[in-house]
Design a protein around this ligand. Sequence first.
Ligand code: NAP
Ligand code: ZN
Length: 334
Amino acid sequence: MEIHCYAAMKEKARLKEFTYEPMPLAPFDIDIEITHCGVCHSDIHLIDNDWQLSEYPLVPGHEIVGTVTDVGVGVMAFEKGERVGVGWQSGACYHCDYCMRGDHNLCPDIKATCMGNYGGFADMIRTDSRFAFAIPEQIESENAAPLLCGGITVYNPLRSFDVEPHMKVGVIGIGGLGHLALQFARAFGCKVTAFSTSPDKEDEARNLGAHYFIPLTEKGALEKAAGTLNFIISTVHVDMDWPAVLNVLKPKGKLCLVGAVANPLVIPAFSLILQQKSVVGSPIGGRMAMREMFQLAARHGIKAQTEAVPMTDVNTAVDRTRQGKARYRMVLKN
Ligand code: NAP
Ligand code: ZN
């Protein structure tokens, strides 16, 4: 069997057609005929080797939706013809303390769908069924694909850091992750503030769930919001005035980084000490969190706003994502 996909052959290169033979179908593997794959900014970081971890040929793609076409002998959860999704994680050891607790996303032996493996910018993928998820029928595949990485990454910290309905939540960066964070935080019952460098996103941010919109282009915008929020999710991959961001938190507030900022954060100790604030991070989410996230999304009508293009236009989708032009997630369609 030959899988047809798109690969970067070297750092920052345009993607080109590429084919490969998958490994033999293992007992827990499934084959998925891919119908949709979202373009996450992590795909751009991988293509550009921003994390100095990329290996080429690199086939990006970890927001995959498609149809099961084959199942290994050990697969009980899925049958041929079912619609499933696969996100960033494609494997774990299943026996460490973290896996045993259900925190598979914290497994030291985590495997990634498109790092060290060929990902979803492809017509098919052979992957571990234990990291494939059924998708509620209410959500169209195009709108569901970005939930598999973008959605779970912003849902998980709301859950694991105990965000409660009475709280005030901020979202910095209204892109692929951020536009989903607004929707999830609103569904949690919180008062939601969007922080954005793009003032033209205000109306859409409010429609997505923001009660307040703060344009970061305005001088003193963060200062005006001082002491107002309990929890902030930062989705940006660029430097911010982190002490000013911490100053937006109320006592005991948390700043949660999900965006992969390249530079170290410079934070004065007293900006944390005096009001018992903390800076935390969060990687994707576990398997149960993924299931919960889809249930919540189906119940509250949460879905990604997408711009779909044919898989053959993969470089257009990559460029639009790299340039921050996507509103709000590019999705490749076969
Ligand atoms: P995206 O769609 O490109 O959105 C990023 C947003 O950052 C932009 O829409 C923009 O929002 C804001 N931004 C502020 N300053 C910017 C600048 N100078 N250049 C570009 N954007 C700027 O990216 P994404 O897919 O949401 O991913 C965001 C980050 O999360 C990436 O670093 C990605 O690798 C990371 N990520 C982490 C996890 C995890 O497990 N923790 C999972 C997935 C992705 P405004 O226009 O509103 O300012
Ligand atoms: Zn991602």
